[in-house]
Design a protein. Structure first.
Length: 180
């Protein structure tokens, strides 16, 4: 059986780090850097919120007002910024349990099924998030302590999932054309 994919590394193997710009276009490379900076800024902000909250709670018996809310919203931003970027770079976590046991053709089919099912799931979740965002806007829903409006976060999540679905559908179409 011939495979177009290299065998997965064994425990203890030295694996070279992935080339972040390998074969990408300039706009994709710039977008990747912007995403990396946004995620890094959100992670740093999350770290600072946690440090201030824990220090305030333990040293002065005064936790950061809205710290829990901020943490949740920052996690949401990190996740939904990274989701389409990871999909575009094809960097999702995968488990290669059957790669060596099946033919290249079967691997191709499985890859296309993953892309189709992933796109469908993203579309359904996008619709739900958009509806929740519209409902949150209509009712003026806000966070409990900081009174931040929730609808922009729902709409951001919906846009991210919609973009991810488009990327998956684009990869599906390209994979069907190329046979990979």
């Amino acid at each position: 059986m011939s495979h177009d994919l290299p065998p997965p590394p064994l425990p203890g193997d030295k694996v070279p780090p992935p080339d972040p710009g390998g074969g990408t276009t300039l706009p994709a490379s710039i977008a990747g850097r912007v995403v990396a900076y946004v995620v890094a800024a959100a992670l740093f902000a999350l770290m600072m919120v946690t440090v201030v909250d824990v220090a305030g709670r333990n040293l002065m018996n005064r936790p950061l007002r809205g710290g829990y809310e901020l943490s949740g919203l920052l996690l949401l931003v990190m996740f939904f910024v990274a989701l389409p970027a990871a999909t575009l770079a094809d960097r999702h976590i995968t488990v290669n349990l059957i790669d060596r046991a099946v033919s290249t053709r079967t691997l191709h089919l499985l890859r296309q099924v993953y892309r189709l099912v992933g796109a469908l799931v993203m579309v359904v979740l996008c619709i739900f998030a958009a509806r929740w965002g519209n409902q949150a806007a209509r009712f003026g829903e806000v966070t409990m302590f900081l009174r931040l409006p929730l609808s922009p976060f729902f709409h951001f999540a919906a846009a991210s999932m919609g973009l991810t679905a488009l990327i998956l559908l684009g990869r599906l179409a390209a994979g069907l054309r190329r046979g990979r």
